[in-house]
Design a protein around this ligand. Sequence first.
Ligand SMILES: *Cc1c(COP(=O)(O)O)cnc(C)c1O
Length: 457
Amino acid sequence: MHKIDMGLIEMTLDVMKYVIGRVSEVEHPIGKPKKYEELKALVGETITEKGVGGEYAFNLWKEHLSKANVPVDHPRNLAFVPASPTRAAIMFDLITAASSIHGAYWMEGAGGIFCENEAMKWIVSLTGMPEGAFGVFTSGGTSANLSAIVTARENWRTNDPSHKGQKGLIITSIGAHSSVKAMAKVADIDVHLVDTEDRLEASALRATIDGLSPIERERLFAVVGTGGTTNAGIVDDLDGIADICAEENLWFHVDAAYGGGALLADSVKHLFKGIGKADSVTIDPHKWLFSPYDCGAVIYKEPELAKQAHSQQGSYLDIFKDEGAHGFNPTDYQIQLTRRVRGLPLWFSLAMHGTDKYKEAVERGVELAQIAGKMIEESPYLELVREPSLSCVLYRRKGWSPQDYTDWTFENHKKGFALVAPTKWKTGDGFETVSRFCFINPDTTERDIEMILETMA
Ligand SMILES: *Cc1c(COP(=O)(O)O)cnc(C)c1O
């Protein structure tokens, strides 16, 4: 389709130059959004019958549009769950895009899927799940959670046909990520929330199950534990929950979308004891495994069950399933058919750097949280809400109202200095507004933390 075209070569070089510039910058602007009207006034009409030309459009991106984003890899962007993709992974993301690999079936994507599976084997090994456990890369934690919950539900219905017309029920805690509730809605499943944002203990789960009505107990098919809550980095009692799930014949899903990377860190790995007993696990490489967006992963103890739930049938798809196409077909294990081989950038970066580098980078995030915790304890005007957990720190500025936190966040962001957002923490019956750090980027320095805390004085 493409003839050699000098204009195209020039554009390619311009794009590469821009990308090299972006990934070699020590510090790029923190960025801030603009209103639609402002952006429209700056760039005007861009989609026209004749096209505005590559150079012109690219300049609009460089001058105006790129600046209206808040990139998550800034070392003082500590809001939500930031990210910090490796240069190697970013570069290979370009190769992934340029290679046009349809990552659904081995027949079309063998080379790319081979690489993904090598990376996946390593991720599975971190969980300690038994021989035979395996997974696929997804667009993120949300679709990984959905894929796992649907697999659990289909398995529950297959095992007992009386469940066919019954609405399923799962138990999780209010510390679980919003996507668990959102995906339960997609799959038309009810959610019973254990009322704790702190560690979900086996005893609380036991009491919750015992408190269900006989009908509810009949509808209950799975428990979702969290391996590192998004808000506070709390790891549930995975070991105890796994035992109860085994006794009660319930599917045990662990959502470690954010926290999963911490399985690499010797200092905190013990908190995840029991994760190897899960039926399914979600881990997002685009959070704490330094992959570019978007890249999630779902792992199953028995992948065959996921295949029974997700394998798509269609006469035009049969060719991929014939003898000659034998191999691993990622589409069979999650909700997507056509998919980018989104684990490919992670594979290249892992292969290039080795897993020790990943371990060090994750440990640094944990260490930064400990360092921040110490600074907060030593400050006369600050206070920890709870001990730092994984790479999350919740803390309060003594005497501040919720509005003070909001003003402070916007002030620091407006100055282009930092993005640190407040959150809420459950205290008894109410919610307290507090400040929160989440560390991912190993380039964040102690001085960065110190400077941010100083702006609260
Ligand atoms: C971020 C997160 C998710 C959602 O993942 P996406 O990749 O944003 O879809 C799910 N669960 C937990 C615990 C998370 O931290």
